[in-house]
Write a protein of this length. Sequence first.
Lengths: 366, 421
Amino acid sequence: MINKLVKKTLIATAVATTMVAGSVQAEGHSEEITVVSWGGAYTVSQVEAYHKPWMAATGNTIVSDDYNGGLAEIKAQVMAENVTWNLVDVELSDAVRGCDEGILEVMDHSVLPDGDNGVPAAEDFLPGALVECAVGNIVWSTVFIHDESKIQGVDGLADFFDTNKFPGKRGMRKGAKPNLEFALMADGVEPADVYEMLSTDAGVDRAFAKLDTIKDSMVWWESGAQPPQLLADGEVTMTTAYNGRVFNAIASEGKPFVINWDGQVWDLDLWVIPKGAPNQEATMDFVKFSTGTKPLADQASWIPYGPLRKSSFGLVGSFHSDASLDMAPHMPTAPDNFKRALQNDFEFWADNSDQLNERFNAWLTK
Amino acid sequence: MTTANPSIDQATALPLKEKLARTTAIQRRRAFLLTLPLVLFLLISFVFPIGQMLFNSIHNNKVSGVVPEFTTAIQKWDGQGLPSEEIFEIFVKDLAKAKKVREVGRKVGNMATRINYEMPGSRSLFTKSGRKVGKIKQGPYKEALIKIDKDWADPQVWLTLQRASYDISPAFYIAAMDMKYNEAGEIVKADELYQIYLNNFGKTLWLATLITLICVVLAYPVAYLLSVLPLRQSNLLMIMVLLPFWTSLLVRTTAWIAILQTEGVINDLLVYFGVIGEDGRIQMIYNQTGTIIAMVHILLPFMILPLYSVMKTIQPTYMRAALSMGSKPFYAYRRVYLPQTIPGLAAGTLLVFILAIGYYITPALVGGQDGLLISNLIAYHIQKSLNWSLGAALGTMLLVVVMLLYWVYNRLIGIDKLKFG
């Protein structure tokens, strides 16, 4: 009962705020757009490198909102024909699936500006960064991390699954992706063979069998801010995490965490516009601005997520608060980190995520 | 005299009756007007969404909406071998048309997702072919399509398409009951590795029963104490019962996390007093135990309050009379006191059980992997997998189970005997 009451009040407040926001917008001349991203250190990097300079240059306002990924909210808004999000930062598989289902606007890539070195956008962006309904901005990666002050000598992904060598709990993102990939790579499968193997029943069985070995030691996390916290609290000895947030915990909070790049699974993040979103002109202007050479490079000085424009590479400098901390070696794509890396196969997951997540859920509750 | 008057009597009596009827009718209508806001509210916030959910669980037009002409054609197919060249042609043309449509819900991806539920891994067959199919300008269409992807030569694809082309179908209930269609189109049990829902329904029922029982055991003495203590003490006790009730659910659940986690208060104390070693910290949260503890705490007031309100009205003289007539205390309690508390007990158990069976937020936060309830799976399909039809089917099943239990309850105890306070 109380629950419902709270919910109703929340909805009422939300409606009231939206109405107030709406009226303010109608009176003012500048535009307001809502940009949604993954929160925490990642959103901070985007606010500093994209939002603030764009707002200063255009006089428009950006409302920043957080979510945990997935297409659910976008789909709900589009279905209800009440789209309040103007721009969303999504994973590649979601950008493709959302585009296929028609809940995202098609993006015109021809309006994207040339790189600062004059190279046209189509060639400046890394292959795969421009898809029908999206413009890519960064490369990020899921890695596994440990606390160097508690355990030493971690060597490779196999140790993540070895609770005899390193006793204690393990943290992983709740869901099949990219845990099945990690399991196979830890079991000795080469990154290049992972998805081919996962396409067979035997491969999936093998991945689950590997996960079985540490199932009793598992703690599952859902939002990117959780794993560094779990590790800091001592709830887990090792956990998978998004590389950028871990770096920020190390660089700004001085945590003794170590990133293990062996078997990293990297992916792209892209901007998408929900179908029927208002203010699309202003939104596109922001997309053009934020995926320009300089903002992408600036973003990388706040968090080590690699820019998707080649012309940005050379401009990536040092950490925003520490000029002696060079960012380039901390990028997922830095040669030293990239030795045994796997790119998330969006098509594989678009095809199989329903089935594999169902099996994952069934496995979880048994 | 009497013979002269009846006409007058009748003339005045009839309008009077009518008048009365009219006034009461107006009054009744007015009274109804007062309830109108509530009726409308219920209609909009309850009847309509529930109806929508029921409808969604059996209705899915993701195939017929995308390839309408093919839908009519394939439904006439006899299911032998591959469909005819003519059906292939209609399919190719419909697919090419669908590629150009920008309307939400009528894009190829929607059909691909729908078929992918029943034929996992087939999604890209549709989306990829959808992109290329515009290039097929002339027949033979069958060959051309199979050239794009050889999977189109698999009769299974066409059988699944035929099945999914019907807007009204039991497919989602079949999935929700851990079943699937086999290659011959028969309904069979799903592979054990993929069975999840029925087990979870069982677990949800069992946990809700357990939580209700624990609530009864804990609440009964507290409610009794509340009802017999002098006003001053009972007020204080009442505030202690109500204070958590007024506190936000999230705050209380988070408090339990702080208390129960392996680095939490209880484990720290146990280690400090040497009851367990540093390595022997007990896992009390992110599992079923955590779910039970937190949910009992949150639902306890719903048991205490109806019990208290009933116990408050029981005259102490009854028990005294029974005892003075030589009854043993337990016998007096069982025959005199307990039956009088049944209405409160019944209301409390019903309230707690029904709340528990549909509980979502607490298991989501502290349930970990084995403490998840059916509502968490429903939320998963609404929020993550976006299979709204399956979510709706599971939701409908939950609704039916609750109504069934309510019916049984009514038969056993009688709803009219309930007393909520």
